[in-house]
Design a protein around this ligand. Structure first.
Ligand code: BGC
Length: 734
């Protein structure tokens, strides 16, 4: 298909400039009356375009992060108002971005896609006389070193504000494949909030630290006045250590540092081509009094529409819910990432798999996830393997394929299905069906018993609290987890196929065989071979328990009680733990876990002052010490998956997968006196849904709203009843 950018070339600067971020410029005259003008633009790296000194658009980190080997987005801007009669100039600055920064672990020194950035653009101007003109990037453009000397995703920016770009050289043609260019698919990445400092701290180590009161993703904007040539350093951190000192060890090798050399006088700086995850900043060699009004934290993420709200009578649960929202805001920056601060910030598939359901209620994520799923589909190996991370950044296997793990690769089935339930697009399901099928077939082809997933290398119940000493993996048998996911993915494939009108008999038979093999291999009388919370959770929740459901449910509760009414689950068990307890009729126990304040629990982190969801249940211990410096992000959304239970059980709102996008849905709240009241609202594609309840003496007052054009099955006092659109209040017994 013809692409307007085929007329242009990718251009770069002299490769010897190495890490310096270049700026490219073209001057041109306009003598006719402009009807309209459009800029088409992309980069291998990230770009910022200006026309006649004004920034083009408000989008940041463009063109965004995709599977660059196969897909590179370009953006289209209406720039009619930026052009004028006579002399004009367009400047395009470029940073290394995800393309040319070091990304991923094991540590790379330079970018894995490239080592320096390149840009491509076409400016098309139409005149009122019917003629038009295009200006395309080529080697007639000029190139200059910008004031940004280094800009790296993990390491931050080094800026010398004294530098005024000298356009003394021509740009060079950079040979790159233009056929990978695709029109923009993702949500705009923009500034969404500005936060003032909460306090300025002088730490015991004698450092000056600003606390913004909220762990966030974005950048610092500062104003500083000083002498030309003076250099200041600004570090970023999520926590203070137990002595109250600035702590960065959990960033691992990511420097996340601003090194800024002043020009003379007053000046303002904020990151150009990178972002940071932080709550605190440390100022070193600040040349003047540190005044709060000179500092602002800018929150940056993909601009998704907020759609979900939850509030209850317990302030700590409300803070937990806010932390979930902040976790999503912090990690939905074009790609769903594990964390926004350390030397990862990667599209870990497992993390998105466990959080997807919650994400889809909090925000309208369809566009965001569609782009990412297309990258996943483009990345899937011919054998059907879905790698650990999308976009892929690690070493490949010798045959060009990837390592993969159960519960991570299953994002290929779980995410499309969850998105279908929430937003109802059959087209997306149809587009993703081949990827879902290839993933299931890949598992089926793995060596070992045909209907189990044996002999793989998996992350297991990652970070489970029952991990043996020295391991990150919980003690649940990895093959049990893998085989349970084999079953889940097959079941989701069947559901998707049925929606699309396909004959799914073959997979229905396969699912039965997986179930039989699972029960034969992993059942051990009234127990499972792994006598762990996570094993019972996934066996019950995925529908594998058969006639042992009651026995396994009883055992799950016993294990929770034996551990002092606390959870031991990791990435695999946690997302479905409360749902499983609800399913076996023990929502009371689910509330007990939700409200548990002793470690490990959700509210433990809240009591410790968390403002986002932690990666590890005891990221910070009661005495303020850290559990580990290696795997200790304070902004990891995975355990935030608990919010789908708040919406789905506490407030009781769930979509109906047979009539998706909440065209028909369920309101089946299970109240608990310990919460006092609940108010939830979902601005679904079918309208605003509200479910509320409140204890009043020995009664419960339920109120709910069913939007026009929808119906709901409502269960308040033990029996389901159909309701049409309207606003209702119903009294029930406490
Ligand atoms: C990431 C996780 C990810 C995991 C895989 C970690 O380093 O931060 O969130 O899912 O690796 O086990």
């Amino acid at each position: 298909m013809e692409n307007i950018l085929d007329k242009a070339y990718f251009i770069c600067a002299d490769p010897a400039w190495d890490r310096i971020c270049p700026v490219f410029k073209k001057e041109f005259d306009i003598s006719k009356k402009i009807k309209n003008a459009t800029l088409y633009i992309s980069a291998l790296g990230v770009y910022e375009a200006k026309i006649n000194g004004s920034r083009v658009g408000k989008r940041l980190m463009t063109p965004g992060w995709t599977a660059y080997e196969k897909r590179l987005q370009y953006q289209t801007y209406d720039v009619t108002n930026l052009l004028s009669d006579g002399e004009n100039k367009i400047e395009i600055g470029a940073g290394h971005g995800w393309f040319a920064s070091r990304i991923g672990t094991p540590k790379t020194v330079t970018g894995i896609y490239g080592t320096y950035p390149a840009v491509i653009a076409v400016l098309k101007t139409e005149y009122t006389d019917g003629s038009d003109e295009t200006i395309c990037t080529d080697d007639t453009w000029k190139a200059a070193r910008s004031e940004v000397l280094v800009s790296q995703i993990y390491d931050g920016e080094t800026v010398d504000a004294r530098i005024i770009p000298q356009f003394s050289e021509n740009a060079r043609i950079f040979n790159a494949d233009r056929s990978i260019l695709i029109p923009d698919e993702g949500e705009d990445i923009i500034e969404t909030e500005r936060i003032a400092p909460r306090s300025i701290i002088h730490t015991p180590a004698g450092e000056t630290v600003i606390d913004f009161g909220q762990n966030l993703t974005g950048c610092l904007e500062f104003n500083v006045t000083g002498k030309a040539g003076h250099t200041v350093y600004v570090g970023h951190a999520e926590i203070l250590d137990k002595n109250g000192n600035f702590y960065t060890e959990n960033y691992r090798s990511a420097k996340a540092l601003i090194t800024y050399t002043l020009k003379e006088g007053s000046q303002t700086y904020k990151a150009r081509y990178t972002f940071y995850g932080f709550r605190y900043v440390r100022l070193t060699d600040w040349p003047e009094e540190v005044k709060p009004e000179n500092f602002t934290a800018i929150v940056i993420h993909s601009d998704m529409k907020r759609t979900g709200w939850f509030k209850c009578g317990n302030g700590k649960v409300n803070r937990l819910f806010e932390n979930v929202i902040w976790g999503q805001r912090g990690n939905f920056l074009d790609v769903p990432t594990d964390c926004p601060q350390r030397d990862e910030r990667l599209g870990w598939t497992g993390d998105a798999e466990v959080f997807c359901r919650t994400a889809n209620i909090n925000f309208d994520t369809e566009k965001f996830f569609t782009k990412w799923l297309r990258d996943m589909k483009a990345t899937q190996s011919p054998q059907g393997i879905i790698p650990y991370v999308v976009p892929f950044v690690f070493d490949r296997r010798p045959d060009g394929s990837y390592e993969c793990s159960a519960a991570w690769g299953d994002a290929a089935t779980v995410c499309p299905w969850e998105i279908y339930k929430a937003f109802g697009s059959k087209d997306l399901l149809c587009e993703m069906y081949p990827m879902m099928e290839k993933w299931v077939e890949y598992i089926h082809s793995c060596p070992g018993e045909e209907y189990l997933w044996q002999n793989g290398r998996h992350f297991g119940d990652w970070l489970g609290m029952d991990a043996p000493a020295g391991s990150y993996k919980g003690s649940t048998d990895e093959e049990l987890i893998a085989s349970a996911y084999f079953y889940l993915s097959t079941c989701l494939l069947i559901k998707a196929g049925k929606v699309l009108g396909y004959d799914m008999v073959h997979y229905e038979e396969m699912a039965e065989k997986i179930k039989a093999a699972y029960q034969k291999t992993y059942f051990n009388g009234e127990r499972l071979i792994s006598d762990t919370q996570t094993a019972y959770v996934i066996t019950i929740y995925f529908g594998l328990a058969g006639d042992k459901k009651a026995a396994f449910g009883k055992r799950l509760v016993e294990l929770i009680e034996a551990f002092g009414d606390r959870l031991q689950t990791g990435f695999v068990g946690t997302p479905y733990l409360l749902d499983t307890l609800t399913e076996i009729g023990r929502a009371d126990k689910a509330y007990t876990l939700l409200l548990q304040e002793k470690f490990p629990s959700w509210l433990f982190s809240v009591n410790m002052g968390a403002t986002t969801i932690w990666e590890h249940w005891d990221g910070l211990r009661e005495d303020g010490s850290v559990w580990s410096k290696d795997m200790n992000s304070f902004n990891h959304y995975a355990y935030g998956s608990v919010a789908s239970w708040l919406y789905g059980t506490a407030a009781g709102i769930t979509p109906d997968e047979d009539v998706p996008a909440y065209k028909h849905f369920f309101i089946r709240p299970i109240p608990d006196k310990r919460l006092g009241f609940v108010k939830a609202r979902i601005d679904s594609r079918s309208g605003t849904i509200v479910s509320e309840w409140e204890y009043e003496n020995d009664k419960i007052r339920y109120s709910f709203i069913i939007p026009a054009g929808t119906t709901a099955t409502v269960c308040l006092n033990g029996t389901d009843k159909e309701y049409g659109a309207g606003k209702y209040t119903v009294w029930g017994d406490a």
